[in-house]
Design a protein around this ligand. Structure first.
Ligand code: ASP
Ligand code: MG
Length: 459
């Protein structure tokens, strides 16, 4: 056992999370194990399912699968585990648990999930498998590692597929079951999954392991959470789109939350919530190249005012409602928003004038929001002229203290080449957003990055 472990005080604990590509196979897991071994403050390791596994599980949740398709996905999941197992020999405690879990998976997957609760149970197997395997990899590198079922502590409501954590219940359970283990062991547990008050398995939504790690860090009063992924931090924009995109060394919680919300894919958007309310710093780095550093997200404001990143979110809808009747009358906005909330529609950006309001709605395939349905449009049409435009992209500039200074004047020049549908600025000093045609949005992002962010780095 690593004797230095016991010397650390509780507030020095670090939770490390390894994403799907970081635990995709034995070699990737071994690199992650080296990271854990090198930092004796890491006491909890939360793992994702190995890359590809959750996609198979999602496919297995579909009700209309043919037997052949079902078989193909079951084989796919098992093959990924077996490839890792081929390089490992599981200790008896882990072998027993793993084999039981494998049987349970095969039973449920071949029967098919018959309820949303069973779907979450099925989705949970990826993280359950990878946590057994990763525990053994850590032991192979000499650490005293123990596997822990996170469902004992990560308590949620019963909204299957997108459960909301119960922070108080999680903290209480962690204090009882998890904290006592941390003094002299490294605990390996699962991201993404939790359990409700009846101990049924729940999941936090796709990509939810980052969120789990932050929630666990909060529950054990850790000082930081390290999110190890396949990129060296959060970039000024998507590097696949702009070759000159660069990692950002420091972000404030507000900036990071805006980036995650507005489309930067690196972190699950909810991750920042527990971190910022409990002052836990978040590090994002690459498990392949840990020596390259990454992005630190902390409470402090970032270095200087200005624009730090540009993101985009495609598949946005622009809903415009206009009511000449409401000229000089009051209550127009209240009526519109009451109807939207009746239909459970969550509004993104809003701009208004006396008799009209323009609203954007997120219609991305993974958006958790219900579609804008005809019944809602009919109800608005009773007192408004309603128009709906699709195929738009929301482009967001993220930074701190964004004000219309020199840099933003350059922005106006860049934008003059494009058709801008709506601009929102002022409600938050951390973003400036606008809508553009989806077909043009990649060019808009490239133009903004090259004009505003690359020149900034050079300056
Ligand atoms: N395995 C889950 C997913 O692929 C959760 C995660 O990796 O964060 O969405
Ligand atoms: Mg992820």
């Amino acid at each position: 056992m690593n004797t230095q472990l016991a010397a650390n005080t509780k507030s020095d604990y670090v939770v490390a999370k390894f994403g799907g590509t970081s635990v995709a196979n034995f070699d990737a897991m071994s690199r992650c194990a080296e990271i854990v071994c090198a930092d004796n403050q890491v006491r909890i390791v939360a793992v994702s399912a190995s890359a590809g596994v959750t996609n198979h599980l999602v496919a297995l949740c579909k009700r209309d699968l043919s037997a052949a398709e079902r078989d193909e996905h079951i084989t796919g999941v098992v093959a990924i585990q077996e490839a890792i197992l081929a390089e490992l020999s599981l200790d008896a405690d882990l072998a027993h648990g793993f084999n039981e879990t494998l049987k349970a998976f095969q039973n449920l997957a071949s029967e098919g999930a018959k309820s949303v609760a069973e779907q979450d149970e099925l989705l949970s197997f990826g993280e359950r498998f990878s946590s057994y395997l990763f525990t053994q990899v850590l032991r192979g590198q000499g650490l005293d590692a123990v596997r822990f079922d996170v469902r004992k502590v990560l308590k949620t409501d019963s909204q299957f597929a997108k459960a909301t954590p119960n922070v108080a219940a999680t903290a209480a359970a962690a204090k009882e079951h998890l904290v006592p283990l941390l003094d002299d062991q490294v605990v390996v547990t699962q991201g993404f999954i939790g359990s409700n008050e009846h101990n049924q398995t729940t999941t936090l939504g796709r990509g939810g392991s980052d969120y789990s790690a932050a929630l666990l860090a909060e529950a054990i009063n850790a000082k930081s959470v390290h999110i190890w992924t396949d990129v060296v931090g959060i970039f000024s924009t998507d590097p696949r789109l702009c070759a000159k995109a660069s990692p950002i060394a420091r972000l404030s919680f507000d900036e990071a939350a805006e980036m995650a919300t507005f489309g930067a894919k690196v972190l699950h958007p909810a991750t920042i919530l527990p971190a910022s309310r409990s002052h836990i710093s978040v590090f994002v780095g690459s498990s392949r190249e840990p020596q390259l550093g990454g992005t630190w997200i902390e409470k402090e404001k970032s270095q200087q005012p200005g624009i730090r990143a540009v993101t985009q979110r495609k598949n946005q809808i622009l809903l415009t409602v206009k009511s000449p009747e409401m000229l000089l009358a009051s209550g127009f906005l209240a009526r519109v928003f009451t109807i939207l909330s009746e239909f459970n529609i969550s509004v993104d950006l809003v701009t208004t004038s006396e008799i009209s309001v323009a609203i954007t709605l997120d219609n991305a395939p993974n958006a958790s929001r219900p579609e804008l349905d005809q019944a809602c449009l009919d109800k608005l049409s009773e007192f408004c002229h309603v128009s709906v435009e699709n195929n738009l992209t929301l482009v967001a500039l993220i930074g701190s203290e964004i004000q219309l200074r020199q840099q933003e004047m350059n922005l106006m020049q860049v934008l003059s080449d494009f058709n801008i549908r709506l601009i929102c600025h002022g409600a938050s000093k951390h973003n400036l957003c606008f809508l553009v045609e989806q077909s043009e949005s990649d060019y808009v992002v490239q133009a903004i990055h090259s004009r505003l962010l690359e020149s900034q780095v050079a300056a």
